[in-house]
Write a protein that binds this ligand. Sequence first.
Ligand SMILES: Nc1ncnc2c1ncn2[C@@H]1O[C@H](COP(=O)(O)OP(=O)(O)OP(=O)(O)O)[C@@H](O)[C@H]1O
Length: 842
Amino acid sequence: MLRRGTVAAATQRPDITQRLLNGEQQLAAFSPEQHVKVIAGPGSGKTRVVAARVAHLIASGHAPESLLVITFTRKAAGELLQRLQELLGGAITARLRPSTFHSLCTNLLRHYRQHTHLPNFQVASEEDAAAMVKSILENAEFRKELGYFAGEQQDRKGKDEVTYYRKHISNIKNFCVNIERRSGAELIAQMAAAGRRLPGGDNSNITRRIAAMYDEYVARMAQQQLLDFDDLLHHCLALLLNNTEVRAAVHRRWRHVLVDESQDTNLCQFELVQALTSPSSSLFMVGDPDQGIYGFRGAKSALLAESFSQLYGPTAATRSLSENYRSREPIVQVAELVRRHGRLSSSIAASGRSRQPVVRLDTVVLMEARNEYDEADQVALQLRRWHEAGYVWGEMAVLFRAKRLVNEVYKKAIAAGVPCHLWSREEFFEAPEVSVALALLRCLVDPLRAGDSIRKRLVKKGSPVKVPLMSGLGPDSFDALATAVEAAAGSSSSSSSSSSSSSSSLGGCLLGDLPLEPSSEQAIATLHQYSAATAAGADSTEALQGLAAAWQPPAGAKKLTKKQAAAVDRLRGLVLLGRAAAAVSRPEEVLELLLGASGVRPELQAALEALQAKAAKQRLSSKDSEDLKKLRKRKGNLDTLLKLARNTRAYTESPVLGLDAAEPAANAAGLESGDGGESDAGVPNSSSSSSSSSSSLPLLQPTTGLPLLQQLYDYCVLQGEDDEDERDAQKVQLMTMHASKGKEFACVALLRLHDDAMPAIHKDDAGAGSDVLDQERNLLYVAITRAKEHCLMIWPGAAFSREAWREEPLEVSRFLKPVLSAVSRRQLPGVQQQRRCFIERE
Ligand SMILES: Nc1ncnc2c1ncn2[C@@H]1O[C@H](COP(=O)(O)OP(=O)(O)OP(=O)(O)O)[C@@H](O)[C@H]1O
């Protein structure tokens, strides 16, 4: 139970938090019950209520560190922090660390590593996981065993085989719990029993292949101590369930668990929430079952809607919010018609404030364009109209179901002078210079398994980023070296002959007997040797050369040419130098050192300066101008990465609490006593609370060391698919409907609302039943409700068909038909229908 007296005292104060909330929101945020779920529609202030609940708990005397706030994406965590900053000020907010499920699990697994059976695990990026599947598929033995005939692909419609298996492995992990020590066949049977069909239905051959791939993948990942994103959740759940000491320590640390966007939790995440919550801690879950859009990943909105109350029964409260503050009335009405399959009555209404029209343009326009080209023209035109009416570009968004559907609009909008920013997944982390920097970082934090990264990122042929460190060693000689060192080391562990698999263990072989945990004398000697060499005029890569000379070279190195051997020496020197530096330097300093010593930064700087000098003397050719632009962007990206490194401690959660440490003391000093710890409005002011915290909490905040670098590396690898790049707020944002979740824009254009694009049913899901259709309906509902003032909903009446080689008519989305009928019956004021397509329909 929350302390009722404190709650009452806090809610009686006319504080800033209260003034920002309506009656229903206050009831939810200040609920005295121990377990509360808030179920409410879009724009009703759910995220605002989570922020208010956090502020309220802190104002009631709970230490910020005792709150565990879970959001679905890092972007959502950032947005929540921004709101909290406004409510609580910077110093208190700095002590809050909203986490995603994945980052939380990674940190717990790292911190309590000695209690897991994979103490030295490394997070496998999507790329690592795909590489693993690929290496399995390249194994002729494995294919033969599964009855593949020569040249056969699993997915004959041309879809990438690796993606196909990755998706099914992930599905198995998403739809099942207790996956440990259970075979693919058993888990697939469990899924089937729960009504989740696999592609091919009862085709035992397809099922057998997926099961066999699953087993092989799981075995190889475990052998290399790699955890993919799904594994992080399962392993963390197992850690908490199997270890009472760890669970107790976690319960002592976090007394209040708050989960935003709970409709998207899958079974494993829901069980994690339960495991993180002790009988005496509070749980606050917020969500909207109608906005559940990740059913394909195993998310189940019923967990919030039903299981929550079943589990927490009599102590649980359910709150709802019924006013939509975001969207004007016609937008809310159209969205409700979609959600309620055409029924007009609604449980959510636009708030009075949002009913005021801002400019005299229709609020919702439903438009049937002639074809896809006309659709693109109309979208570009509408964006310009909104702009002329006074909206800035950054207040507009174009949303689409799949990226391939937006190409035409993007081209036309740019041609019409509309500045556009097309969101792309992981754009920043996939930039070549950032990938190279991360591969260098991997060499430091995980040298034994860095082989794949070295091969793919540092010795890659034709890479746009030069890595002087490795010059003299190309991919072919690298593979030859891999084979030689493995043979010399007598390695018989790998069952595969693929280069990918052997290069994974190559990292270890390359190091020879290099000390990975150098003594402080060794570390200081290494650092001195390097700085003496650079001071004497050696360039950075030359200075690396002799560092590892005192230790045995790797087995097989004798067969290398002089140039190849030099590259290997430099790499060994880099590992030695980096690990020595890590002990005494901050993450950003180590990263800067890696970029400098590897020659990446000097090479980039020299190329940039050469072009800038040329530009000062003469007009650059278009190729040179383009190159200059790219080099500047590369430099900017490396600076951004260094900035991330500088903030490592600010964004990484540190659940650093020893198993025997005391419970974090309530941060009562100055908060409840009114001894100067409150601002006029009753909100705890930042300076007083920050001073009271550090002494009361045994949280470790290291400033140097490999664990911090590991956190930085984890942060970069855990880049989720929804954490898309959003760096140019001055432009119209073009993004998928999925990525738009949780966001809002003054004006929104929704594209391609025809029946085979919305709903989009993948062939694998064709027989999966109404769930899949419901998810698509929810997705459209989410997309419409991102709009505050205006919404254009458009679809082409016809499109060119490559199969028929002519223009074929298209049907409007089935979800919009009830809306069109309501418009024709004049039931929707503020909604206008336009038809530019005059194809005769049967
Ligand atoms: N009481 C209120 N007074 C004024 N504005 C409010 C109030 N509550 C919420 N808002 C505003 O309404 C908008 C939607 O709020 P919020 O993002 O918290 O809703 P949500 O329920 O989380 O939305 P969704 O689920 O659709 O993402 C925001 O711009 C927010 O500032």
